[in-house]
Design a protein around this ligand. Structure first.
Ligand SMILES: C[S@@+](CC[C@H](N)C(=O)[O-])C[C@H]1O[C@@H](n2cnc3c(N)ncnc32)[C@H](O)[C@@H]1O
Length: 195
């Protein structure tokens, strides 16, 4: 069966049309153009969508004064940078119901851990799981991860970068769900109302 694309998963959020959506790393717009939010912001340092700049420049500049309901992190996949994007994204997320999605968290094989693919963003997933953050991982689609009630991770470089290998990560048990389960969880929770 065909695995649902990220845009289909995001579009299953109830009332997505009326949510403020931010995508970090838009490239050709494969996801961005399909997400049905009316108010969308796209940041990419190589392609002009809304802001052509690095994610760091965005969060230090125009992003500082913006708030979002749904943030999709899919720019640099190196652990230190994706971790920084995650912490910065949390600051601009509408609480308590904002959602963060992160792509490329589960490389299907070691070959995909090279920088131009998923790199080592899997280390952030290991860290978030250890911190007992509330999250679900889509089976397939490179481990698209949704974090409900995201909490910042400590700013200091840590244990995960030095110690967690791809093999160790793949041996960890992950909260993986299929497309229907993920969409059901998003539908039940949405981004309005009580957690
Ligand atoms: C994997 S692609 C994005 C794919 C897109 N989200 C989609 O779903 O079709 C990654 C993009 O992130 C951009 N990028 C990588 N690191 C970045 C950074 N630090 N700041 C801004 N853009 C970055 C690259 O230019 C590239 O276009």
């Amino acid at each position: 069966m065909r695995i649902k694309e990220t845009s289909e998963i995001i579009n299953s959020i109830p009332g997505i049309e009326d949510k403020d959506y931010l995508e970090l790393g838009v490239a050709g717009g494969g996801t961005f153009t399909k997400v049905r939010s009316v108010r969308k912001t796209g940041v990419d340092w190589e392609v002009q969508w809304t802001f052509m700049m690095s994610t760091d420049e965005f969060f230090d500049g125009p992003g500082k004064n913006m708030l979002f309901d749904v943030i999709y992190i899919d720019a640099c996949h190196d652990y230190p940078q994706v971790r920084k994007d995650y912490n910065n994204a949390i600051r601009q997320l509408r609480f308590p119901m904002g959602l963060i999605f992160i792509h490329d968290m589960v490389p299907p094989n070691l070959g995909h851990t090279v920088q131009k693919h998923c790199s080592d963003s899997f280390r952030l997933l290991a860290e978030l799981m250890d911190a007992k953050q509330q999250l679900l991982v889509q089976r397939g689609n490179m481990g698209l991860t949704v974090v409900f009630d995201p909490q910042p991770v400590p700013d200091e470089p840590n244990f995960y970068q030095k110690s967690v290998t791809y093999q160790m990560f793949m041996a960890m048990s992950r909260p993986e769900v299929n497309d229907e389960e993920l969409m059901k969880a998003l539908a039940e929770r949405g981004t309005d109302g009580e957690v």
